[in-house]
Every structure is written in C-alpha cells, then in structure tokens.
Design a protein around this ligand. Structure first.
Ligand code: C6P
Length: 410
C-alpha cells in the first residue's frame, strides 16, 4: 500500500496536465486506465534495446525478446494464480478473448438445443459473440435477470430456474461496467458445476482492481484487457483450463501456431501457441507484466478497498448534495464504477459540461444497450475511480454536478 494514495498520481505523467484551464480529474477508468511511468518505460526499453521477433530467431535480440515475452506469460499466470503459464493465451483484449472461446470452443462443442446462459448486465462483448455462435450452431441464449430497481444486483433466486442441465456454458461479468455491481463469481461457478456447465468470466472491470484468483474461483475461462489495468492497449489475457485449451482447435491459422505444415494440411503446436498465430504483441505483453508488478506493489486488495471507499463517498455525496439525480448500482460493496442520470439532461451534455471543468467522464450506453432499455434509460453519465483518484477528485465532481444540475434546471 502507498504511504498515501495522493502520491500515486505522480506516477502517471498524463495526469499532470490541465484540461480547459483546470487540473485534469480523470474519471473514465472503466473505459481505459492511464499508464504509470514504469509501464511507459517498459515499452520504450523494449523497443530501444530488445526488439526482435519471438520464437523464430536464434540471435541475441530474438532470444532476449522471446525470454521477456514468455516471462510475461509466467507473470500473467502468477497474477491470475493459474496452475501453469501454458494456460495463458495472449489476446488483443477481453473482446478478442471471448471471440476466441466462442469460435474455438463453441463451434466444436455446441449444437441445436444447447443453452448459453448469460446475465442481463453483460457488455456487448460478452453478448454479441454468443449471439453469433447461437446463429451458427442453433444453440439458444438465456439470461439470468437483474432484480427490479436500481441496485443492479443479479436476481440469484432465479438461478435454479435458468441454470438447468441443458446449459453448456455460463458466461458472466465479474464487475458490471455500468452498474458497478461485483458479482459473486465463485458461487456462480459452483452452481454451474452442479449442472455440468462450463464457465467464462469477463474480468475486464475486475482484474486490475482486486485479487482475481482463477483457481479459487474455479472457472474454466477468464478474460482480461490489459489497458484497463495500467497496461497498454491491444493486449489481453485468456485464461483457459489446460485440458480445455488442449482439446480446442485453433481459432486463427498462420505462422507460429503449427508443429508441421504440408501443402494439404497442418498440425498444431500445443496450447497456448496454437492460439497465437502470427507475430504477437510482444512489447505490450512485456509492458503488461510491468503493470502487474506495479499493481501488486500497491496491493490489489488495497486498490479494491480504495475504489470502494471512493465509490461509497461519491454515492453518498451525490445522492445527498445533488437531489433528484438517479444513481445506479448498490450503495456499498461495489466497484469504483458509478453511473448516474440527471433528469432533463442528456448524458453527452453532462459529459461535455464536466469536460469544461477538466473532468473526464463517460456518457452513453456503455455497450450495455439491453440493460439500459431494461432500466428505462438510453444513456447514463459514468464516473469510474481508480488508484490515482482521491477525495479531492470527488469534491471537484460534486462541484461540477451541482453546476450542471443548476444549468439544466433553468
Ligand atoms: N468497457 C467501457 O467504457 P475491450 O474493449 O475488449 O478491452 O473490453 C470490452 C469489455 C468487456 N467487458 C466489460 C465488462 C467491459 O467493461 C469492456 C469494456 C469499456 O465500459 C469500453 S465499452
């Protein structure tokens, strides 16, 4: 844990700037997080000293690049507490990881009559790939509902009704990017196991904010985006249980993923290589490993407490000091994602006015259109907190929201 969370901000050079004449308050962390200097340095170091293609060359640079890339895989396995580095596939991000499983596992294992169970709070990335798979295979989608009202909690009482033996895969988010709800992932996995369903967890909003231990959770697949956890864009992780990855065919063909090729056919390299066709994103994988070190130096359990404290403070202050505002998600035990709607004000206008105060929010449907519809909304404004945010940022947010509310009241 840092001596003071206020000092963490200094690790992120981008935060030193002014936006519209005011010090930047960056509250769009659920979209992407900022990068600490050590991650930027890792990228620059790699390209300045070690850059070469991996798994191909036997010259010094290539061997160094390969060693660093594979060390990043080991680091990622440790970060998620996977049993082995060969259970980690480098991907382009969460979306890419889900598409990989939907294609490689789904096409091989699903047929008409099978059910893919999702929840009503899934990001489009954990919905559309399954819709495409259902169209290809004849499988059906089913949804675990969210309870009525604005807490956004899953209706766990409905689980026995929807989690029946025809469910072959239960795919759900760990943390909602709109509601801030933290789902009881280990319980959901245990329930899925009872009916023989596999599980995929979308950890896009959790992996950089709390301890995510795939063995403790017991899931079969878990996907992560590096850019939401202080790492670069364009890199992510797919964790897959070894025997599942071993049994899955490749998703994409190309160089590096084969053991032998003739003009007629090819044999695959073992997992994870068979899922990493072509030149991988070497530099970003290495920099992501540095981001993991950074997060672990601060302590992921501490980061979670920090996010939770900020979200609870923001929730309390907004509901008390900006009356009439509609805040989504639970008041406590939530992530740092806080969505809200100001009656009479479009979310894009709220975000534009906040930007004039130097505050970065996100407005829109957050790739959650069906959930928005269920909540009777088309969009929300969203503040999402991370390790460099402080109570002073919330002070600035409250000041801006009061001003915005007044603006729309006249
Ligand atoms: N949510 C947000 O502003 P990618 O784009 O592949 O890195 O992550 C997709 C994704 C999947 N699941 C969840 C829960 C997510 O929050 C996201 C990304 C961003 O909320 C961009 S829409």
């Amino acid at each position: 844990m840092p001596a003071s969370w206020n000092t963490v901000r200094a690790d992120f050079p981008i935060l030193a700037q002014q936006v519209n004449g005011r010090p930047l308050v960056y509250l769009d962390n659920a979209a992407t997080s900022q990068k600490p200097q050590c991650v930027i340095d890792a990228l620059v170091d790699y390209y300045s000293k070690d850059n070469a293609n991996v798994h191909r060359g036997i010259h010094a640079l290539s061997m160094r690049a390969t060693a660093a890339y594979e060390a990043a895989r080991e680091r990622s396995a440790k970060f998620l507490n996977a049993a082995s580095a060969s259970e980690i596939v480098f991907t382009g991000g969460t979306t890419d990881g889900i598409n990989l499983v939907a294609n490689a596992w789904g096409d091989e294992n699903l047929k008409a009559g099978d059910v893919i169970l999702l929840t009503e709070m899934e990001h489009h990335s954990n919905l559309v790939p399954w819709q495409l798979l259902a169209r290809r295979t004849g499988a059906k989608l089913r949804f675990l509902p969210v309870v009525a009202g604005d807490t956004g909690l899953l209706d766990l009482a409905k689980l026995p009704e929807v989690l029946t033996p025809d469910v072959k895969l239960f795919a759900f988010t760990h943390v909602s990017n709109t509601l801030g709800v933290i789902n009881p992932v280990a319980d959901l996995v245990a329930a899925a196991k009872k009916v023989g369903a596999l599980t995929l967890i979308d950890a896009a909003q959790s992996a950089g904010h709390m301890v995510v231990d795939v063995r403790a959770i017991g899931c079969d697949f878990l996907v992560v985006s590096g850019h939401k956890m202080c790492g670069p864009t364009g890199i992510g992780l797919l964790y897959g249980r070894q025997e599942l990855l071993d049994a899955m065919p490749p998703y994409r063909g190309g160089g590096s993923m084969i053991s032998s090729v003739t003009y007629e056919e090819a044999k695959w390299a073992p997992a994870p290589q068979k899922f990493e066709a072509g030149t991988p994103n070497i530099a970003d994988a290495i920099a992501l490993a540095r981001a993991m070190d950074y997060l672990d130096e601060l302590g992921r359990a501490e980061i979670m407490r920090h996010d939770e404290r900020l979200a609870a403070l923001a929730y309390e202050r907004i509901t008390k000091e900006v009356p009439g505002i509609r805040v989504l998600g639970p008041a406590h035990h939530r992530s740092g994602v806080l969505s809200f709607a100001i009656p009479g004000a479009h979310a894009h206008d709220v975000v534009t006015l906040a930007d004039q105060e130097g505050i970065a929010l996100r407005g829109g449907h957050h790739c959650n259109q069906p959930l928005m519809k269920k909540l009777g909304l088309t969009s929300t404004s969203r503040a999402s907190f991370y390790l460099y945010n402080t109570a002073d940022d919330i002070e600035r947010l409250i000041f801006a929201l009061k001003k915005i509310q007044k603006f729309f009241a006249v």
